[in-house]
Design a protein around this ligand. Structure first.
Ligand code: GDG
Length: 452
């Protein structure tokens, strides 16, 4: 059984106006589908509505178990404690975590509701696989009711320095929550080390005789599926359409992110501004395409980020006009259809992933999986988990804008043979280390830990 904050579904209206649920295909769905194929397998999460219904939905072989939540619970648990306290706490990029007692109360309450639902549905001696920071207390609540089940947890985001995490007033409770697991997984070894140090520092009263097995399980993508999808005629036609609409510039720089302050979007735009100012490219020879899907728009810090990005783009486009009138920075501020996203990966010459902190960063992996002719340069922040697995990228400390500009310049002058050598290796690695490998490894360790 998988437990995640959101169920992998979206509701659409059909031709009669009736609302129908559809499975949203994503990496996690693809990775866990084989494990969930057995009878009794289910996925517990919020369905994104306030319908109040907890009726299970059977979709494409998945048994989805919606947990009903109120608007106040979403405000306090999701927007509040999860995304205004824990997200900045765990990313530690200079944004102060906010806190309110009411948020913590609903964090507890929502974690309890999820755990109760799990316990009602999970088979005897079953396996429960909990996803991410919104649900860190679920393992403990499940364990207290169901000592028979195996419990795994995967932390998709960074686990920073122990002293920093320990500063949060409920840190010990969060660690106790995870202490009930058989396996706790992280993206990187450094996250594992920080987690263990934090356990030592806080010494939470973990029940049971042993601490959970903790290890790094770097997540990945369904590489074969991305690669195949990126070569479809529809994607190639869209890529061509994009290039034409930008006036076929010599250089297409690309950024693709959820609009989040951890992704270093302003840093990369400032670096492109410096690149234009240096004269290495002009608005006629180069374009920076920034795709940004709006995210957590009810949280104040995200509204502030959006305004900062707008201001930089406006300044760059005014300072560096092109002859044709096409802006130097093209901003696609929307949740793009998958075809368009893949077309952007195909058409880009230089992909810039400049996260200030990032558990993994799947966009970097999707970009290389989408490249069929071994062209294209990946600029990748050392602060993204992906950097450890993608050493052939041009790695950069993305806190330093002038360093991003420097690697952009390197990308412009890289020999074709060198570009191809790097891209070939990146593609080969992401093809082997895909999300199926991630799922098999962590679920395999979970079943071993339970037997031990
Ligand atoms: C968290 C961690 C970790 C983005 N915009 C659009 C769109 N996307 C897709 C991308 C990619 C996914 O969303 C984003 O994944 P990331 O890994 O880059 O980042 P987070 O959302 O922050 O994810 C992260 C991840 O969990 C997995 O463990 O890697 O570190 O923060 O798949 O392609 N997809 C579409 N339109 C968009 O506009 N269709």
């Amino acid at each position: 059984m998988v437990v995640s904050n959101r169920l992998p579904i979206a509701y659409r209206e059909d031709s009669t106006g009736a609302t129908i649920p559809l499975l949203s295909p994503g990496g996690l769905v693809a990775a866990l589908a084989p494990a969930l194929a057995g009878s009794g397998a289910a996925w517990v999460g919020w369905d994104g509505t306030f319908s109040g219904s907890e009726e299970p939905l059977d979709l494409e072989g998945f048994s989805l178990q919606p947990v009903s939540l109120t608007q106040a619970q979403i405000t306090n648990h999701y927007e509040g404690l999860s995304n205004s306290t824990l997200w900045p706490l765990f990313h530690n990029v200079g944004v102060n975590p906010e806190y309110s007692e009411a948020w913590w109360a609903d964090y507890l309450q929502v974690n309890r509701l999820f755990a109760q639902r799990v316990c009602n549905v999970v088979a005897e001696d079953g396996t429960v696989f909990v996803q991410d920071y919104q649900l860190m207390l679920v393992p403990e609540f499940v364990r207290s009711l169901r000592p028979d089940v195996a419990i795994g947890y995967f932390h998709h985001i960074p686990f920073p320095d122990a002293t920093h995490v320990a500063g949060f007033e409920h840190a010990a409770e969060l660690l106790e929550g995870l202490g009930a697991c058989d396996v706790v997984g992280f993206q990187r070894q450094s996250d594992v080390d920080h987690f263990r140090a934090c356990l030592q520092e806080l010494n939470p009263s973990v029940e049971g005789t042993s601490l959970p097995h903790s290890a790094a399980y770097p997540i990945s993508i369904d590489s074969a599926a991305v690669s195949t999808a990126a070569s479809q005629p529809m994607v190639l036609a869209k890529a061509q359409e994009y290039a034409t609409s930008w006036g076929n510039p010599e250089w297409v720089f690309l950024g693709v992110d959820r609009l989040d302050y951890t992704k270093g979007i302003t840093q990369r735009l400032l670096a492109f501004e410096e690149l234009l100012a240096s004269g290495a490219v002009s608005a006629d020879t180069a374009v920076f395409v920034q795709a940004g899907s709006p995210s957590r728009e009810n949280v104040a810090r995200y509204q502030q980020l959006s305004a900062e990005i707008d201001a930089i783009i406006e300044r760059v486009n005014t300072t560096f006009p092109s002859v044709t009138g096409r802006p130097a920075v093209v901003y696609l501020r929307e949740n793009l259809p998958r075809t368009d996203m893949l077309a952007l990966f195909v058409v880009a010459d230089v992909m810039v992933v400049s996260s200030l902190a990032d558990g993994m960063n799947l966009v970097a992996k999707e970009f290389v999986a989408a490249r069929h002719n071994d062209t294209g340069v990946l600029i990748l922040s050392t602060h993204a988990g992906a950097a450890e697995q993608m050493p052939e990228a041009l790695l950069v400390d993305s806190f330093v804008v002038s360093d991003i500009t420097k690697v952009m310049q390197e990308a412009l002058i890289m020999e074709k043979g060198e570009t191809a050598r790097r891209m070939k290796q990146l593609r080969a690695d992401v093809a082997i280390h895909d999300v199926a490998e991630w799922a098999t490894t962590i679920l395999g360790d979970l079943s071993q830990a339970r037997k031990a």
